[in-house]
Design a protein around this ligand. Structure first.
Ligand code: FES
Ligand code: FES
Length: 176
């Protein structure tokens, strides 16, 4: 039976999540994945549908700070948890440093894979501020890109890492 055929009376569950820093209450059918609820119930379409088999990484979001494939997580598993999507990366001053670096270096071409890469890269830099190229290749290996050949993506993450390090050093000088 299709979802439409199930009609508006089909059973729904209600859950409260924290999404990009805000508390959100949403009702959805219990079989829905996190990916489906984000896109179709919350309108957060920055997270992309890809294989829906756990193979491409394009649906990656951060769940309690850890990258997960949202096509493999049930919405039911997310009660009370913290979810970060690509919509939560930009701040009041505009795109994040990673987003800027991706744009500058052509690391986002068709852009379909970009939200997933950005979130994994954010997680990598939070744990390891100056990753080596080998670490980046390893950490980003679960995300597929058909356009860039990956090199520009690694370079963009390295540029953002370098700027963060320079920013931290400058702050240290002012603070000292
Ligand atoms: S859509 Fe989730 S891994 Fe491909
Ligand atoms: S930029 Fe097109 S798939 Fe990566």
């Amino acid at each position: 039976m299709s979802e439409q055929a199930a009609g508006p009376t089909a059973r729904r569950v209600q859950a409260t999540w924290r999404v990009n820093g805000e508390s959100v209450t949403v009702a959805f059918r219990p079989h829905r994945t996190l990916l489906e609820v984000l896109r179709e119930d919350l309108g957060l379409t920055g997270t992309k549908h890809g294989c829906e088999l756990g193979e491409c990484g394009t649906c990656t979001v951060l769940l309690d700070g850890e990258p997960v494939l949202s096509c493999l997580v049930l919405g039911l598993e997310c009660e009370g948890r913290e979810i970060r999507t690509v919509e939560g990366l930009a701040g009041p001053e505009g795109p994040s440093d990673l987003q800027r670096a991706f744009a500058e270096l052509g690391a986002a071409q068709c852009g379909y894979c970009t939200p997933g890469f950005l979130l994994v890269a954010e997680h990598v830099l939070a744990r390891e501020p100056r990753p080596t190229r080998a670490q980046l290749v390893e950490e980003l290996s679960g995300n597929l890109c058909r356009c860039t050949g990956y090199l520009k993506i690694y370079e963009a993450v390295e540029r953002a890492a370098q700027r963060r390090a320079e920013g931290a050093a400058a702050e240290g000088r002012h603070g000292g």
